[in-house]
Design a protein around this ligand. Structure first.
Ligand SMILES: Cc1ncc(COP(=O)(O)OP(=O)(O)O)c(N)n1
Ligand SMILES: Cc1ncsc1CCOP(=O)(O)O
Ligand SMILES: [Mg+2]
Length: 248
């Protein structure tokens, strides 16, 4: 996608990218999705069902895709480009062990969104961007119970990418309202979250509101604090220091 796609907001603004829980009952999940999307700004929803049959994925698409698309929120399917196309999804997300990007693009067509997992790799991201990916996804930034993760990314990667490249970058992995500021300040175009929204104690609407507020409050400048060799955000008074520590 072009910088900011599928955003209708300012191209430079960081936006929320919701990823569904890995197992769900569509009829029970639909009102939760409505609550999340009606609570604030969400750029896209990724349906991420693991260990489900194609028919289960089709049924979930039928129930959830209209909820997103009626609200002009892009609906992206994880892992399954053929099903994504068949079910009228706006795009597909593929990982390094999934259908290769070029095949996914052929299946989806040029107008669809195709995003690619790049872990913590500059090389994978440059290859994906060069091939035409609409976004590259980096992570995991923080510990997460949602997925077993082998790769760990740091905010510097987002800063490097966003300074150099036009292709948007998505940050994922253990992101919460309490720890997201360094990622926003470093230049993430989208924050992809599961548990911070669907596991929020106040419900998914409260989760979206908390993340929207945290994104809006994040300092806009990013500097490296060479003295401590740690990434430090320069707030207006150059005194704030992110630690992202609530997730360990
Ligand atoms: C936005 C986003 N980023 C990364 C992933 C992970 O994709 P992948 O590595 O293929 O792992 P699974 O999600 O398929 O388990 C993602 N789904 N979305
Ligand atoms: C799908 C995925 N890919 C890397 S981490 C992750 C899970 C993100 O979930 P959470 O926001 O709950 O940590
Ligand atoms: Mg995958």
């Amino acid at each position: 996608m072009a910088k900011g796609k599928p955003s209708q907001a300012e191209p430079s603004a960081c936006r929320l990218y919701l990823v569904t829980p890995p197992a769900l009952v569509p009829a029970a999940f639909a009102p939760l999705l409505v609550e999340a999307l009606d609570a604030g700004d969400v750029a896209c929803v990724q349906l991420r069902l693991k260990d489900c049959s194609d028919d289960e994925i089709r049924r979930a698409c039928d129930a959830l895709r209209p909820i997103a698309q009626e609200r002009e929120v892009a609906f992206i399917l994880n892992d399954h480009p053929r099903l994504a196309r068949e079910m009228g999804c706006d795009g597909v997300h593929v990982g390094q062990g999934d259908t290769p990007y070029r095949d996914a693009r052929k299946i989806m067509g040029n107008d669809a969104i195709v995003g690619v997992t790049c872990h913590d790799s500059r090389h994978l991201a440059m290859v994906a961007a060069e091939d035409g990916a609409d976004y590259v996804a980096f992570g995991a930034f923080f510990p997460t119970d949602t997925k077993l993760t082998e790769h760990h990314a740091a905010p510097e990667l987002l800063n490097w990418w966003s300074e150099l490249m036009e292709v948007p970058c998505v940050a994922i992995g253990g992101i919460t309202a309490a720890n997201c500021a360094p990622l926003v300040s470093a230049g993430a175009d989208f924050l992809a979250v599961v548990n911070a929204v669907w596991g929020h104690p106040g419900g998914p609407g409260a989760g979206v509101k908390a993340l929207n507020a945290a994104i809006a409050a994040a300092p806009s400048d990013w500097v490296i604090d060479t003295a401590s060799d740690a990434a430090t955000i320069a707030a207006d008074d150059a005194t704030s220091t992110p630690d992202g520590s609530d997730a360990g």
